[in-house]
Design a protein around this ligand. Structure first.
Ligand code: DLL
Length: 423
C-alpha cells in the first residue's frame, strides 16, 4: 500500500476504535468526556490529537483487568509483565488479537529474510513474558522451524544451535553476548562451526556500536526488534536496510511527542513514543505513552516498504539519570564505551550520593586481561575512558577497569544501572 492508502485505512480504523471505546469502555468514555471530545470530532487522522493519552499507571490502577473490553469467554490468553518497577500489568488477548500479533511478527521476520528454510532458535523467555511465545507463533506462521529453547542452560543452547543447524536466533542483545562468550569457552566458533547468520535482538536498549561489535565478532547480521507487552509483545523489526524499525500501519499508528508539553513532534525530532493499536480487541491501546525515546521517519524506505519507521530506541523518559543536574542516559554511556577498542561489551553504572553530591562510577570490562607490568597502559586507558565519558556526558565519571568475565551476565533483560541514592 502507498503511504496515502495506509493513512486512509488508519483513519477508518481510528474512527471505529474511538466509537468502540466510547461505547464499551467506561474508563475511556470518562476520559473522553473529561477532555470534552466525542468520536464524532474525529474528522481526519490528525484529529487523533484531540483524544486523551493512556498511561501505564492506568493499567496498574485498574489491575488486573479493569481496562479490558468484552467478556472472559472471549479471552484466549493472558501475559503478565514482571512488575519490576511497580505493580505488574496484565494483558489479555482474544483469538483475533493473537492472530494480529503473529501476523505482525511474521511480517517482521519476513522483512529480515526469515522463512521456510530457516531454523529459528527462540531464546527469549517463554511464559508470562511475551518474548518467547510472541516470536514462536510469528515464526511458525512464516514456516520457519522453531526451536523453543527459552532462556538459560547456555551450553545446551550452543549444542542445539550446532546439532539442529540453527540459522537464526532471537534473544536479548545481552544474552547474545553471553552466548558468544560461552561458545568461545566451549571451543565453538560461531562463524565457522555453526550456520547462525541472523539474530533478532531486542527487549532492551542496545547501541549501533554494539551491533557492529556483535556482527564483526560473530559474522551474524543483527536486527533490532521492538515491542512492549501492553501493545501485545514483540511486534516490529528493522528490514534488510537496518535503518529504522517498520511499524505496520494497519495495526499501529505512531506519534512522537514532547514529553513535557504533550505536543506532537515532526519527522526526525526526538521525543516520547506514543502508539495507538488500531485493531486490538481485548485491551485496546489508544495514544499510549510508552516512555521510550525515539523519532519517526515517514519517507519511503529503500526496501520499498511505505510503513513508517521509528529510530533505534535511545532510552526511556524514566531511565534518565540526573547527575548533579545533568541528564545522562545509559545509552550514551554504552555508545561511548563501545568506541574504545580495548574495552569489552560488559559495563555497569553505579550512582551514589556522597554528602550532597551525586557521583557516577562506570565499571567496564577490558577486552583482554592486562597484567601488572602494563600498569602504565592501564592508567592511560582509564584516563582516556574518563576523558571521553566526561566529554560526551558533560559530567565527571569515576572509571573502574575490571578483568574480563568479572561483571554479571544476563539471560533476559540486562540491569546495567545500580542507583544507590536514597530518594
Ligand atoms: O520487552 C517485548 C519484547 C520481547 C520486545 C522481545 C522485543 C523482543 P516489555 O517487557 O513490556 O516487552 O518491555 C517493553 O522494553 O518499552 C522498551 O523500554 C524496552 N524495549 C523493548 N524492545 C526494545 C528495543 C518486551 N529493541 C520495554 N530497544 C519497552 C530498546 C526496547 N528498548
Amino acid at each position: 500500500m502507498s503511504g496515502a492508502d495506509i493513512q486512509a485505512l488508519q483513519f477508518k480504523l481510528l474512527k471505529t476504535l474511538a466509537y468502540r471505546l466510547y461505547s464499551f469502555s467506561a474508563f475511556y468514555r470518562a476520559r473522553m468526556k473529561e477532555s470534552s471530545v466525542h468520536p464524532d470530532d474525529i474528522r481526519s487522522l490528525d484529529d487523533i490529537v484531540k483524544l486523551p493519552f493512556m498511561y501505564k499507571k492506568d493499567l496498574r490502577d485498574n489491575y488486573p483487568d479493569g481496562m479490558f473490553i468484552g467478556d472472559q469467554d472471549d479471552l484466549v490468553r493472558y501475559h503478565v509483565s514482571s512488575g519490576t518497577t511497580g505493580k505488574p500489568t496484565v494483558v489479555g488477548y482474544t483469538q483475533k488479537d493473537l492472530d494480529n500479533w503473529s501476523t505482525s511478527v511474521a511480517r517482521a521476520l519476513n522483512s529480515v529474510g526469515i522463512g521456510r528454510k530457516d531454523v529459528l532458535q527462540v531464546s527469549y523467555g517463554y511464559g508470562l513474558f511475551t518474548g518467547g511465545l510472541g516470536l514462536h507463533y510469528g515464526a511458525e506462521k512464516v514456516g520457519a522451524t522453531v526451536v523453543p529453547a527459552s532462556v538459560g542452560n547456555t551450553e545446551r543452547q550452543i549444542e542445539l544451535i550446532q546439532d539442529l543447524r540453527v540459522t537464526a536466533i532471537a534473544c536479548t542483545p545481552s544474552y547474545m553476548l553471553h552466548m558468544s562468550e560461552v561458545a568461545e569457552k566451549m571451543g565453538v566458533d560461531i562463524r565457522s562451526d555453526t550456520r547462525l547468520r541472523t539474530a533478532i535482538l531486542g527487549a532492551e536498549p542496545w547501541s549501533e556500536r554494539m551491533r557492529t561489535r556483535i556482527e564483526e565478532s560473530t559474522g551474524i547480521k543483527a536486527y533490532d526488534i521492538y515491542g512492549t507487552s501492553e501493545l501485545s509483545g514483540p511486534l516490529f523489526t528493522e528490514c534488510s536496510e537496518q535503518n529504522g524499525i517498520h511499524v505496520w500501519g494497519d495495526l499501529a499508528l505512531v506519534e512522537v511527542i514532547d514529553p513535557e508539553t504533550g505536543e506532537r513532534l515532526g519527522p526526525g525530532e526526538k521525543g516520547e513514543l506514543v502508539m495507538t493499536m488500531l485493531q486490538k480487541e481485548a485491551l485496546p491501546m489508544i495514544r499510549y505513552r510508552i516512555g521510550d525515546i525515539t523519532s519517526y521517519d515517514d519517507s519511503e524506505c529503500d526496501c520499498g516498504r511505505s510503513h513508517v519507521r521509528i529510530a533505534r530506541i535511545q532510552g526511556r523518559v524514566d531511565d534518565m539519570l540526573i547527575i548533579r543536574g545533568i541528564n545522562v542516559f545509559p545509552s550514551q554511556v554504552e555508545h561511548t564505551l563501545m568506541s574504545i577498542p580495548e574495552l569489552g561489551e560488559h559495563f555497569q553504572i553505579v550512582v551514589e550520593r556522597k554528602g550532597s553530591l551525586d557521583t557516577m562510577q562506570v565499571r567496564v570490562e577490558l577486552r583482554t586481561a592486562l597484567f601488572s607490568d602494563k600498569l602504565d597502559d592501564l592508567l592511560r586507558l582509564k584516563q582516556k575512558v574518563a576523558h571521553l565519558l566526561r566529554n560526551n556526558l558533560n559530567v565527571a565519571v569515576d572509571v573502574e577497569l575490571v578483568s574480563p568475565g568479572t561483571l554479571a551476565r544476563f539471560e533476559g533483560k540486562a540491569k546495567r544501572v545500580v542507583d544507590r541514592r536514597e530518594l
